[in-house]
Design a binder for this molecule. Structure first.
Ligand code: OKP
Ligand code: ZN
Length: 344
């Protein structure tokens, strides 16, 4: 049985010029070539069947994201041009925590209030790419809801840093959250998310923080040293009816497979206890030893081990692509992970 892989080449059109990194404007790391590399490796593997996603469901998108936020993203590029700005649309001014809510008119200000870093520039094609990625998240969830044991959403831009009404960290819409909501809408009563990207999935955590029906587990680099800094401590465990349904497992820089594997087993154990109907995996290959913006030390063969360990869970799985920036190894790091997952 071939693994369904959802893909839309519109995602390649999103190509921001630059991001802020350690005090400098540098080339944007979340490049179209990432998705192209993954697509080429998977398409040439014989393991997958490439499929187009269905139409993005407006109601489902509004289940995950705030209506005003969706409207902001949809209008941002036109507003930016109308206000006479050039370059990619991005904020250069941000409100601080606890500030009084004030009405905002300039798109520059509205963008600033809806993001937490300078990692989400908006170009002429960003919205189309982000909507395609969201549709792909939805399609991966839908395939699993319809009986697939494993499905892969080749999403780009990624999604796990995007919250209900904010963007950040290269993420605009939360593709994994769309997969979750699609599964819940299709009758699953409990869904778990396992986020193995190097960076903590703050957006997914926030979206489901108070929810008893969605378990969120994330293994990531300690936010004391790494992005997203303001989320991802072990003390963050959920709130209200969702207390106990969030699990953060921060690891230190330099983590290799020997120190990663026990955290993975702890996450799998907690997910098993939750007894979900399905699992959504936010997969990032930026835990790779040669990743240009990250500091773990996993090797290509470790991704097959990771996939095989997760495959021990009996639940059907929808994988959505998050980060991974070493383009040379990215295709293999995704393929081996899927091979590991599929060997059950
Ligand atoms: C997105 B995903 C790097 C600065 C940090 C943000 C990283 C976003 C990662 N020079 N920029 O989780 O892979
Ligand atoms: Zn990442």
């Amino acid at each position: 049985m071939k693994i369904p892989v959802f893909w839309d080449e519109v995602q390649l059109l999103h190509d921001p010029a630059a991001e802020l990194s350690n005090g400098r404007l540098v080339a944007y790391a979340e490049k179209p070539a990432r998705a192209r590399a993954i697509f080429d490796t998977l398409a040439g593997s014989g393991l997958v069947e490439i499929q187009a996603p269905g139409r993005l469901d407006e109601a489902l998108l509004h289940t995950v994201h705030d209506a005003a936020y969706i409207a902001l993203l949809r209008g941002a590029w036109a507003d930016w041009l109308k206000e006479g700005c050039s370059g990619d649309a991005m904020a250069g001014c941000w409100p601080v925590r606890g500030q009084r809510d004030v009405p905002l008119t300039r798109v520059q200000a509205r963008l600033g209030a809806a993001c937490f870093d300078a990692g989400t520039p908006i170009t002429a094609h960003t919205l189309a790419a982000a909507e395609a990625a969201a549709a792909i998240g939805q399609a991966a969830g839908s395939a699993v809801a319809q009986g697939a044991r494993l499905a892969f959403g080749l999403c780009r831009p990624p999604g796990h840093h995007a919250g209900r009404d904010y963007m950040g960290g290269y993420c605009y819409f939360n593709n994994a959250a769309l997969a979750v909501e699609q599964l819940l809408a299709s009758g699953a009563d409990r869904v778990a998310v396992l986020d193995v990207d190097y960076h903590q999935g703050n957006g997914t955590q926030d979206i489901f923080y108070a929810r008893p029906d969605v378990f969120f587990a994330s293994i990531h680099c300690d936010p004391a040293s790494d992005f997203p800094y303001y989320w991802g401590r072990a003390e963050e465990t959920g709130s209200g009816p969702g207390l106990g349904t969030t699990l953060n497992l921060p690891l230190s820089r330099g983590t290799d497979w020997a120190s990663y594997e026990p955290a993975l087993q702890a996450a799998l154990c907690a997910i098993r206890r939750f007894q979900p109907r399905a699992l959504v995996i936010s997969y990032g290959a930026d835990t790779f030893e040669a990743d240009p913006i990250s500091h773990f030390r996993l090797k290509t063969e470790d991704y097959r081990r990771m996939g095989a360990a997760i495959a021990e869970l009996e639940f059907p799985m929808a994988v959505v692509m998050e980060g991974g920036y070493d383009i040379g190894a990215l295709g293999a790091n995704v393929l081996l992970f899927l091979e590991g997952l599929a060997q059950r």
